[in-house]
Design a protein around this ligand. Structure first.
Ligand code: GLN
Length: 554
């Protein structure tokens, strides 16, 4: 019998005109590989190339949707409802693109596909192996993203760090792709970390050398090394890395940690990253883009500004990454309004125990973000009560909206036992509940309303005022909905449904009538905020915060 073979790009119908840039990480994780990939994407987009970015995640979960935010940080939701890695949020914000589910591949998806085919007998009695079956499936998915997006440049980031057992099949595919695509169509960026030794006051390149050696042992030679560090490094260090790691000196890019995330593209531009990549890929090195808008953003961030205090009341606050997009959306709005965001993290479980209220009382605005499960919900309900009574601007995102509704039912309508059936299945007043057609589904991965849905704004409401539009599309990720049985009584008592699905079936936005800004959304507006295009609801919220704080804004 013929040996199983590795398939080539052309076998998947891939175009040889598409060029690929691969990003791997070395030494340690969390050094900003995702931000680097996103920023490189921006550099190339600015030069007029059509760009798409894909993340390959080595874990065995099919997607991060079932993972605890403590494990993984935020789940970033796309238009098509894909629940993806938070790096996709960086890609979308930096490059200002809308990605789709092909852009996040996990080991779990790859194995599920291959095992599914095996069960159907598609492999005709063959032995299924990592090479070529798993690697072919990975390759198919890499090619698919290029094909479907028509991008000229496909950026592919491999999660984890070189040396992890889990990422080996992905790296093997990257290795195969070099000969498959040819040198002129593939480019490898390795992002590493230079530790600082306090005793001698120096940065060390040895871990980078080891990491590159490891990468080479897999058969990949990097074309560029982005050396991340907390301290600036002199040219001799770059020379050393170039020499030991066998890359050109101008391809060693020192990347010092910056407190201003959106400065990264400017730093990479200055270091000549795009020109080098384009030259190597045989693409025209187009004139340098006009970065004035980004420069203005970075300058704005740096400027001293009056600050406004906002509390984020959540249950994963120990890990700020769990609320990455919420924090970014707040920052975008603050930037636009010319104020400094002083964000205070409050644990909702603490509030239940009477702790942390001094922080809540001190701020001029409160955000209650999304979440699942009952832990900390009573603390959030108490927060909503405080915001409503004290007329403190409040923005409730998904769960934050649902609990604002529960609070209203309890305190205003006097139904002490009102709840969401997520937290109390037998509550006599289920103001938040599953829709009747959802009740029979039990698979946790398949019951959610995910992705983009339309929302019709009701004229004359706070939300409509913020949006200045009639119909918007927003991203969702939830199982429960406002229970329509209660619409009338809520409306009679001072809650307004300012956003409704066009068919009238679903409440999308709720707000308190006699309040400067108490708005809850069933969707997650944070996913569509961009540094240069803050989301209207975050803007509306922060304007109200400024007004309460007596801080002038633009
Ligand atoms: N747990 C709630 C639901 O499933 C809210 C989800 C969320 O906040 N994203 O409906």
């Amino acid at each position: 019998m013929a040996l199983p073979t590795s398939l080539l790009i052309k076998d998947f119908g891939g175009s040889m005109a598409t060029k690929y840039i691969f990003f791997t990480g070395g030494v340690v994780s969390s050094v900003g590989k995702g931000v680097t990939a996103a920023a490189v994407g921006r550099l190339l987009k600015e030069r007029g190339f059509q760009v798409v970015v894909q993340k390959l995640d080595p874990y065995i979960n099919v997607d991060p949707g079932t993972m605890s935010p403590y494990q993984h940080g935020e789940v970033f939701v796309l238009d098509d409802g894909a629940e993806t890695d938070l790096d996709l949020g960086h890609y979308e914000r930096f490059i200002d693109v809308r990605l789709n589910r092909l852009c996040n591949v996990t080991t779990g998806q790859v194995y599920a596909e291959v095992i599914g085919k095996e069960r159907k007998g598609d492999y005709l009695g063959g032995t299924i192996q990592v090479i070529p079956h798993i690697t072919n499936e990975i390759k198919r998915r890499i090619i698919a993203v290029g094909k479907s997006s028509n991008a000229e440049l496909v950026l592919v980031e491999v999660g984890g760090t070189v040396g992890d057992i889990e990422s080996l099949p992905f790296l093997e595919v990257l290795r195969q792709l070099r000969s498959d695509l040819g040198r002129e169509n593939s480019f490898y960026v390795h992002v590493t970390w230079l530790p600082y030794i306090g005793a001698t006051g120096e940065l060390k390149t040895k871990p980078t050398q080891h990491s590159v050696a490891e990468l080479r042992s897999i058969g990949i030679s990097p074309d560029m090394i982005v050396a991340r560090s907390d301290y600036s490094m002199d040219g001799s260090l770059c020379e050393k890395i170039a020499l030991f790691c066998d890359v050109e000196k101008r391809a060693v890019i020192p990347m010092i940690t910056t407190p201003v995330l959106y400065e990264v593209p400017l730093l990479l531009e200055k270091a000549g990253v795009a020109d080098f990549i384009l030259e190597r890929l045989g693409l025209p090195v187009r004139p340098k883009p006009d970065w004035s808008e980004w420069e203005r953003i970075v300058e704005e961030v740096r400027k001293p500004k009056p600050s406004v205090k906002v509390a984020l009341v959540g249950k994963y606050v120990e890990l700020h990454d769990a609320y990455m997009s919420v924090r970014e959306a707040l920052k975008h709005a603050a930037l636009y309004l010319g104020v400094e965001l002083d964000l205070r993290w409050v644990h909702s479980v603490d509030l239940e125990k009477g702790r942390g209220w001094e922080v809540v009382r001190e701020v001029d605005g409160i955000v209650v973000p999304g979440g699942f499960g009952s832990r900390g919900t009573e603390g959030k309900i108490q927060t909503a009560c405080y915001a409503r009574m004290e007329k403190v601007p409040y923005l409730g995102l998904c769960l934050g909206m649902q609990l604002m509704v529960v609070e209203f039912a309890r305190a205003v309508l006097g139904n002490d036992e009102a709840n969401s059936t997520e937290f109390d299945r037998s509550t006599p007043v289920p103001v938040i509940d599953l829709m009747p057609d959802q009740r029979t589904i039990s698979d946790l991965g398949g019951t959610m309303r995910l992705g983009l849905y339309p929302c019709q704004l009701q004229p004359g409401t706070v939300a409509a005022q913020a949006y200045q539009e009639d119909l918007v599309q927003e991203r969702h990720r939830h199982r429960f909905e406002f229970n329509n049985q209660y619409r009338e009584i809520f409306e009679k008592n001072g809650m307004r449904f300012s956003g409704i699905s066009p068919d009238g079936r679903l409440v999308e936005i709720a707000e308190i009538v006699d309040h400067p800004f108490m708005v809850g959304t069933q969707f997650h507006p944070e996913f569509l905020s961009r540094p240069n295009r803050p989301h209207p609801l975050f803007m509306g919220f922060l304007r109200a915060v400024c007004e309460r704080a007596g801080v002038e804004h633009r």
